[in-house]
Design a protein around this ligand. Structure first.
Ligand SMILES: [Zn+2]
Length: 165
């Protein structure tokens, strides 16, 4: 049985026992979290969140890309969120590649250079600051007074806040 088949079986078991009922499409904590796709980050578990409470937006690196701003704009303007929590982490895969190197790899493999930015980084603190500034400067977002950034330590599971001077 393949992995996805196993997950379908898991879903059958989950659906048989999970509470049924209606959750509002609008996050009850009025919160959106932007974070990395890293498989070690259990965002709901680490923050004590339940379903229905927050949007969790993920990509490689937790990068505040144009598409992340798109999701945040929908989250704030249509679904009532006000606070934004950015969570980067130690040992990120995006620290193990370079923009030029990965771009060249993609071009060499396919003959086509990607139109998107790779957005690798070496200094995770600097990348959190960069991400904070991108959110705070985006006029597409009506709520920018509660934007905070953190680094999650994948060994200790603790969050450390990063401030923009
Ligand atoms: Zn990562």
């Amino acid at each position: 049985m393949g992995t996805i088949d196993e997950l379908l079986a898991n879903n059958e078991a989950f659906a048989a026992t999970a509470a049924t009922g209606h959750l509002d499409v609008r996050p009850s904590r009025q919160l959106a979290i932007v974070t990395c796709m890293d498989c070690r980050l259990d965002i709901f578990g680490a923050l004590g969140l339940q379903g229905g409470e927050a949007h969790v937006l993920r990509n490689a690196g937790g990068v505040v890309s144009d598409d992340m701003i798109r999701s945040l704009a929908v989250s704030q303007r249509r679904l009532g969120t006000r606070a934004v929590m950015l969570i980067h982490h130690t040992g990120c895969g995006m620290q193990s590649l370079t923009d030029d190197g990965f771009r060249a790899e993609l071009q060499e493999a396919t003959g086509v250079a990607p139109a998107f930015a790779i957005e690798s980084f070496t200094d995770v603190e600097a990348d959190v600051r960069q991400s904070l500034l991108r959110v705070r400067r985006s006029e597409f977002l009506p709520h920018r007074d509660q934007v905070r950034g953190f680094i999650y330590d994948v060994e200790s599971h603790r969050l450390r806040e990063i401030h923009v001077d």
